[in-house]
Design a protein around this ligand. Structure first.
Ligand SMILES: O=C(O)c1ccccc1N[C@@H]1O[C@H](COP(=O)(O)O)[C@@H](O)[C@H]1O
Length: 480
């Protein structure tokens, strides 16, 4: 098994280094270093997704990635284009890393530097500090609870920070219990090398809000980074997609822009597998189902599993394809009922579209999108009332049927709301007006239903045209 192999090799190397350089020498060098750079500050503001860019020449899962990479030039380029921190592999056999890279990079850049290695011993923590590291990686899978706490404490005593890496819910709990402030969720299983892109969604909710969450592995595309923005992570650790890119600055721009500046799209009111497939193919981020019986778009919650099974994309999940998040829309239903449906139908978010109070939102066991209707400026106070107890707020047009009216909301008020919170804009959006909506409101996300319908049924062409228009408009906004 790879992990055992690498840890065994690490132990052998370590024994040799301990003979060549006694720990006292490392400790002296560690204490001689100037203070580490402030890692927590690198992840401010916390509502943005920051980039930890990795200097990586090879990996056991992918082999040689960029054997001729110039570590210092690469790190400088990362910094110049907006990375918040540099991760440097120091493991020599499997990742072609080196301590010399770390030290040289630390001298060249002015942002914090992480030692990425298989750390199992105090000696390596002193080494990291002696080489100039501001932070170290601690991998839960190779440490027991006592070792994890001890190494974390040792790193803190040297005023370094630790990125504590987890691969499961159980490890995430161990990291939290050990007091980790920076938790990395690695989607790649270290034993099988298989990717589980959904791990971050699964684990995110159980992690306390005051921790810095880092998504690791398999981050390549605009859709990948839009997902990270949905899971409210503070950083993405990216190596492969940067070092193999023929245009590193362009790739960094895409990652940072995609995570922080692009618009999330929810296609709502889906009832047919063909439209689910169309929404996925068009690049929708969220799929919405209306569980409000008076609506023409109503679907019975118990039909959701068979509806998804009938979709080609759900029936045959392609390697690497990541399916959208599922949102259930409810109007003034009991909390217990909503929680049951969320469980049965496998919903990821709950949209409350009625008069549900902030207290009610707290009873829901999924992140909540609360729809608000704003009629004048005074209504903006609702944002503060709901902000702490919801995941996102949605601004929709006030109508007697609650939603799905096809009528646009007051975009001036929506703009004011978007200045305060990450909002989803809904109500009367169409391919014809969505570019203006993005330009005028700057919403975090868009929610459309009737605008992608013809004769009250979803329309495949309109779904594609809508998504195309959104992606084009973001490009236009980015170029301005
Ligand atoms: O779409 C419905 O029928 C619906 C019914 C009850 C509550 C919410 C509903 N839909 C939400 O309304 C907006 C979409 O509006 P539009 O059709 O694009 O004007 C969106 O938030 C839906 O989730």
């Amino acid at each position: 098994m790879f992990l055992d192999k690498i840890v065994n090799q690490t132990r052998l190397d370590l024994a040799q280094r301990k003979i060549e350089h006694p720990i006292e020498e490392l400790q002296r060098l560690a204490f001689e270093q100037s203070s580490p750079r402030d890692v927590l500050e690198a992840f401010e503001p916390r509502d943005q997704v920051h980039l930890i860019a990795e200097v990586k020449r090879a990996s056991p899962s992918k082999g040689l990635l960029a054997p001729d990479l110039d570590p210092v030039a690469t790190a400088l380029l990362y910094e110049q284009h907006g990375a918040a921190m540099i991760s440097v592999l120091t493991e020599p056999h499997f990742f072609l890393g080196s301590p010399e890279y770390l030290t040289a990079i630390k001298h060249a850049v002015s942002i914090p530097v992480l030692r990425k290695d298989f750390i199992i011993d105090d000696y390596q923590v002193y080494e990291a500090r002696a080489w100039g590291a501001d932070a170290i990686l601690l991998i839960c899978a190779i440490l027991d609870d006592e070792q994890l706490r001890h190494l974390l404490h040792l790193a803190h005593s040297l005023r370094m920070r630790a990125l504590v890496e987890v691969h499961s819910r159980a490890e995430a709990q161990r990291a939290v219990d050990a007091g980790a402030m920076i938790i990395g969720v690695n989607s790649r299983d270290l034993v099988t090398f298989k990717m589980n892109p959904y791990l971050i969604r699964e684990i995110r909710q159980m992690l306390p809000a005051n921790r810095i969450i880092v998504a690791e592995s398999g981050i390549h595309s605009p859709a990948d980074v839009r997902r990270l923005a949905r899971y409210d992570v503070q950083a993405m650790l990216v190596g492969e997609s940067l070092v193999v890119s023929p245009d590193m600055p362009g790739q960094i721009r895409m990652l940072l822009h995609g995570a922080n500046r692009t618009t999330q799209v929810k296609i709502c009111g889906l009832r047919d597998a063909e439209h689910i497939d169309a929404a996925i193919e068009a690049g929708a981020d969220m799929l919405g189902f209306i569980f409000h019986a008076p609506s023409q778009r109503y679907i019975a919650p118990e039909r959701i599993p068979s509806l998804l099974a009938a979709s080609n994309h759900y029936a045959h999940i392609d390697e690497g394809q990541v399916l959208p998040d599922l949102v259930g829309v409810f109007v003034n239903k009991e909390a217990a009922y909503i929680n049951d449906v969320a469980e049965q139908a496998g919903l990821h978010y709950i949209q409350l579209h009625g008069t549900e109070t902030p207290e009610f939102c707290q009873q829901i066991k999924r992140p909540v999108i609360k729809a608000l209707s704003l009629t004048d400026k005074a209504d903006l106070h609702q944002l503060a009332d709901y902000q702490a107890v919801t995941w996102r707020l949605l601004i929709d047009t006030p109508t007697p049927e609650w939603g799905g009216s096809g009528r646009t909301s007051d975009w001036d008020l929506a703009y004011r709301a978007a200045q305060q919170e990450k909002i989803l804009l809904a109500g009367g959006l169409t391919v014809g007006n969505v570019a203006d909506a993005i330009q005028q409101v700057h919403p975090w996300g868009l929610d459309v239903s009737s605008g992608v319908e013809t004769d009250k049924r979803k329309d495949v062409q309109k779904i594609h045209a809508f998504l195309q228009q959104v992606r084009q408009s973001e490009k236009d906004v980015a170029l301005k």
